[in-house]
Design a binder for this molecule. Sequence first.
Ligand SMILES: [Zn+2]
Ligand SMILES: [Zn+2]
Length: 340
Amino acid sequence: MAIRFCYSPAKQQLLTRYTYQQFYTFVLSGILLLLASFSSFAAKPKPFRTKNVIIVVIDGPRYSETWGNVPGYIPAMSARMRPKGVFFSNFLNDAYTYTNAGHTAITTGINQPIDNNGNELPANPSIFQHWLKSTGKPATAAWIITSKDKLNILGNTLHPDWQNKYLPSQNCGVNGPGSGYRADSLTLAVAKQILTRDKPNLVLINFMEPDGYAHAGNWDYYLKGISRDDRYVKQLWDFLRKNKNYKNNTTLLVTNDHGRHLDGIDGGWIEHGDNCAGCQHISLLALGPDFKKGRMVATQYTLVDIAPTIAWLLGFNFEQAQGHVIPDLFPKKRLKELNL
Ligand SMILES: [Zn+2]
Ligand SMILES: [Zn+2]
């Protein structure tokens, strides 16, 4: 219909009403859109504060000489550090209780009966490779620093899609594979140097003295090794808390690869490697800006839960793991936000 420039009150009223209706519809849909964007904003999880993850593996102490008898030989971890984080009293290596298998379970999230002399690479890629691939960061952003030279196997994999790709940096044993074990004090010193120089975001440190001295049949040195590693973990934690690159954004996980035989089983504390409770019962102490504080958790978790938990914290996909993210680490609100 042609618009005529003549005055018609009825028409004017109709047009005005129509315009108001349009206007209200416009405003209403605007408000709805705004509300929708707010609600989607509210549902979107906040990123984790964790930007760095350091895993410390104390090699082969038995629960009865560590967390089963506190403060005992671990006063720093049990009295000073435990109240700041979450301690898991029922944490297990429920699969292959020797060094390379325990460490492989930690780094790949998969239990594998791997050769224990350093002659076999893990069948699956590690969190280091996955993380380096997903971030595109250089090799110096991920480090494996170990007292045992044979743990250089953790840096690579036999998996055809991943072999020789996205490899982390390594500093293992006296001087790489075949060079022998070195003292944990040296490993701590090297770790501090590397953390200062390269500022890596993902690091695994292995301390070997409890295992080394136990195999040598030296009970006193076995206990001294546990005490020394307790102090070294505390020194590392103090270093991280004071370092401007690491404070308030770093998660520290302290665990073991395996325990040792219960007394009366196959030579007792000197050896390990079967499925007795002494070999399987290990521990996890977890401290970080995203975790609860001062909690003791009795729920059972295992070594293969560590890798998916780290992947979730650092925000990369990691579907290969046999284990799962450990919900007991996180406040309820965080779990709700992320639908865990
Ligand atoms: Zn051993
Ligand atoms: Zn055993």
